[in-house]
Design a protein around this ligand. Structure first.
Ligand code: SF4
Length: 355
């Protein structure tokens, strides 16, 4: 389990400012400013032939704009696929940096912009290419499977890229071929996939600062107060939390469960940004946050990714206006990363064709 030094989880490498500047408090808008920014962003998206691709964990306003302008609000797999299929010449990716990089890997001909290039991810930070590549080289008999939450250089060294929605299926597919797997970077998701598939897996040891902080004992206590609630858990959470789940799944799978299960109350162990879409999908139902470390203490204990919180209306409007914060990836790296990323996209397409 990760220990904290001060307010910084140990999954955040030394030298990375934490919490990231500009992440905890969303900007305070002057009267009328929020509405003016929303109108401006909608206008600029049209003028610049741009489409907004937002992650479920971003601010409600950004999700609303994506919905209302023909963009998408989705998980990282769908974000990548949507950008690939949409005709707009500019993709504006609201999320964290690896999401913008994935969009660029798949769409070299498009301009990919992000409201901020400073939005990190502790999984990406915890898997630096300088350490990861030699580790892979030391295990040449393993198929390298990396989670989408990695930088382009790490994807370039991988055989497969996966997201949480297809990790189990891909690993099962590789297991059937008798492959041994080197998995990175999330140790909790990796160990969950290992338990479900029984595959031979070597696990890298990074973790997500949001999900690793969910607490099993406090979750049990909360569930005892809501005996009819269903517990929805993202598999980046610790094993003891996953063990309490009624449904374990990716963000999209958890939203689907909230809609389809008959329960009226849900306890949700993932970033609370997902509540915007859950409430839309299942109006009238009640969603409670699963308890996280330091309950009732500072905002660092909230189940919300501080890097996702760096995306907001002001920097979205600015990036559309100026064209700044463009994602660039060296072509040699992009081409290598594309092989593993495209394999994921093709695998999903094949599965859908079979269904
Ligand atoms: S919620 Fe966790 S996995 Fe997602 S971007 Fe933030 S640190 Fe990374």
């Amino acid at each position: 389990m990760t220990e904290s030094t001060g307010n910084t989880p140990s999954s955040v490498p030394p030298g990375i400012p934490y919490p990231p500047p500009g992440s905890i408090a969303q900007p305070e808008y002057a009267p009328g400013e929020r509405e003016a920014l929303i109108a401006k962003i909608k206008r600029l998206l049209g003028e610049k032939d741009a489409v907004l691709v937002a992650h479920y964990y971003t601010d409600d306003d950004l999700q609303m704009i994506a919905d209302e302008t023909g963009g998408t609000v989705s998980d990282s797999l769908e974000m990548a696929r949507f950008g690939n299929q949409h005709p707009a010449s500019t993709l504006v990716v609201a999320g964290v940096r690896f999401m913008g990089e994935t969009a660029k890997i798949l769409n070299p001909e498009k301009r990919v912009l992000m409201p901020t290039l400073e939005a990190e991810c502790s999984l990406d930070l915890g898997c630096p290419p300088g350490k990861f590549i030699p580790f892979c080289d030391a295990h040449p008999d393993h198929t390298v499977v990396v989670y989408a939450n990695t930088c382009a250089e790490v994807k370039a060294r991988a055989d497969w890229v996966v997201t949480s929605s297809i990790a189990v299926d891909v690993v099962n597919h590789l297991k059937q071929q008798g492959k041994k797997i080197l998995w990175a970077p999330d140790r909790y998701l990796g160990s969950y996939v290992q338990r479900v598939t029984g595959a031979d897996m070597l696990l890298w040891q990074a973790s997500c600062i949001v999900h690793e902080r969910f607490k099993a004992e406090a979750l049990q206590n909360l569930a005892a107060h809501h005996p009819d609630a269903a517990i929805l858990v993202h598999p980046e959470s610790p094993q003891a939390v996953i063990a309490l789940a009624d449904v374990v799944g990716s963000t999209t799978q958890l939203i689907k469960a909230a809609k389809e299960l008959p329960n009226k109350v849900f306890i949700v162990a993932t970033d609370n940004g997902i509540f915007y879409k859950m409430k839309q999908a299942a109006p009238g139902k009640t969603f409670l946050e699963a308890p996280s470390a330091g309950e009732g203490a500072t905002c660092e204990s909230c189940a919300h990714c501080p890097w996702m919180a760096m995306n907001h209306l002001r920097n979205l409007a600015e990036v559309l206006e100026t064209g700044s914060n463009e994602i660039h990836i060296p072509e040699a790296v992009r081409i290598k990363a594309l092989t593993a990323t495209q394999r994921m996209v093709d695998f999903v397409k094949q599965q859908q064709d079979i269904d």
